[in-house]
Ligand binder design. Structure first.
Ligand SMILES: Nc1ncnc2c1ncn2[C@@H]1O[C@H](COP(=O)(O)OP(=O)(O)OP(=O)(O)O)[C@@H](O)[C@H]1O
Length: 251
């Protein structure tokens, strides 16, 4: 298997005649943790969907371990934005996590096997929520729901985990624990993280990029003034815990 996990080659995407990604070009090596920050509407969620193969670029290509995303989709785990989940749905935490195995039960079987249930137990344990397995998803806290979503994404044993704003709705003490969880997952898989929250971007993130239609990065974990100025189009100072950015000067 090639050691480049994700390769985004000169990708341009239009939505309603507007360019939302402009010639975005980068590689993520196997085992790297890659964070993408940027202003609202900058194209972060679209980029994740392009990597997942859910949106086909108008120009350019994406490769997951050298193949088009559709072919290697099973290597990807996806944690969508929290608000896309309906937590009023009457199922337990383990039933919700089990749905993450759906894409992996192929052929005529179409039934979960004992190993699917074992993988659910393993995922719940790695997220520290084993004791919640038989609780209803509507009756656990927001931070616990967030972990359940991540457990659902990793139960398919992905090699690459894509997370879209995983700390939204998570308070600061929970966020500290979330950070540990993220670093633990990073030992096992490549991480691609979209976030507004600079608190998550510790020194453990390998590469940080700013996205506002175009992608700006120095291929290291520094956020420099020129990256911010290019992406946010105004002088900004990123601050931790929730706020996307603080504008320093009138713009
Ligand atoms: N289905 C769609 N049809 C038309 N425009 C869309 C569609 N989806 C997204 N867009 C537009 O594409 C741009 C990028 O959207 P995207 O959701 O990727 O931004 P984002 O960086 O994830 O923003 P946020 O930080 O607010 O979540 C936005 O201007 C958005 O309005």
């Amino acid at each position: 298997m090639p050691d480049t996990a994700v390769e985004v080659k000169k990708v341009t995407v239009y939505k309603e005649n507007q360019k939302v990604l402009d010639n975005v070009d980068f590689k993520i090596k196997e085992g790297e943790s890659y964070a993408i920050i940027g202003p609202n509407g900058g194209g972060k969620s679209i980029l994740l969907k392009v990597i997942l193969g859910l949106i086909k670029p108008d120009f350019g290509t994406v490769e997951i371990y050298g193949e088009e995303p559709k072919k290697n989709r099973y290597l990807l785990g996806y944690v969508p934005q929290f608000h896309t989940f309906d937590f009023k749905y009457p199922i337990t935490v383990s039933e919700m996590v089990l749905t993450g195995r759906l894409g992996h039960i192929g052929g005529l079987r179409k039934k979960y096997s004992a190993s699917d249930y074992e993988l659910v137990d393993e995922a719940l344990e790695s997220l520290g929520i084993s004791e919640l397995s038989s609780r209803s998803i509507s009756e656990i806290s927001g931070g616990e729901q967030q972990r359940a979503i991540i457990a659902r994404a990793i139960v398919g044993k992905p090699k690459i985990l894509l997370l879209d704003e995983p700390t939204v709705y998570v308070d600061s003490p929970t966020e500290d624990k979330f950070h540990d969880i993220l670093m633990d997952l990073h030992k096992k898989m490549t991480i691609v993280l979209v976030t507004h929250d600079i608190g998550v971007l510790s020194s453990n993130i390998d590469i940080i990029a700013c996205l506002n239609k175009k992608l700006y990065t120095h291929n290291n974990n520094e956020i420099t003034d020129d990256m911010l100025l290019s992406a946010y189009k105004c002088p900004v100072d990123l601050i931790a815990h929730g706020l996307a950015h603080r504008v320093l000067e009138k713009h």
